[in-house]
Design a protein around this ligand. Sequence first.
Ligand code: SAM
Length: 223
Amino acid sequence: MRAKYRLRDIMLWIVRELTGKGYATPEDGKLYDHVARKFYKRDWVAEQIADTFSEFLPSDTNNQNITILDKAAGTGIVSEALLKKGFKVRASDINRSQLELLKSKYPDIEIVKEDLNKEIKNVSDNSVSGITQVAATRYFTVEGQRLFIKEAYRVLKQDGILIWPVFRSEVLIGKMKAGLKLKTTSGGVAKLLREYGFEILETKTIRYGLARMMNCNLVVAQK
Ligand SMILES: C[S@@+](CC[C@H](N)C(=O)[O-])C[C@H]1O[C@@H](n2cnc3c(N)ncnc32)[C@H](O)[C@@H]1O
């Protein structure tokens, strides 16, 4: 049965999120999943991302040959959308308890406890077709953001696709957390990606709510 949350729980979770304590327990995971799907239309955003991967990756009758890394995957809302398209997904997050919710729905999925700001473990060079991180820009350190891009370039096959969603809501908070050198706008992220050898294919704006704040630019880059 779907858990029912009161406004008080949601406010409490937002405070815990802002203070960096929001994702540690399975209960946090359930609450995040509820808030993200209900208020941030994250399933819809996830579908847009999965569609964009389909648009830019070479079509394959069996998408199971196409592996996509979903970094900071949380409860796997984006991973789910990718799985529904038939892609093979490796979902990672720093909090394993988040990923357990995904694993309970898709027992065969590969889940990995991994820090976004560190090397990507046990993934060979030129071996995956896509990589993304969704709503996690604010958890990067300045050095970690650069390492993530370098690592993404390493693990992607030639012509592989990286999608970096730039949420307007994260632009300021990212800089507040990591400092002004963190790239949080689509222009800044695109420039950094180019620096590491990526070509920018497009920047597509999607809006998941009426407020201007609920605006997200999908920066699509190719190796
Ligand atoms: C806002 S949630 C987004 C989850 C998912 N991508 C989505 O769109 O629903 C942010 C996620 O980043 C994870 N996270 C925070 N810091 C991280 C880090 N340093 N490395 C990996 N994951 C991290 C949290 O545990 C949380 O699951």
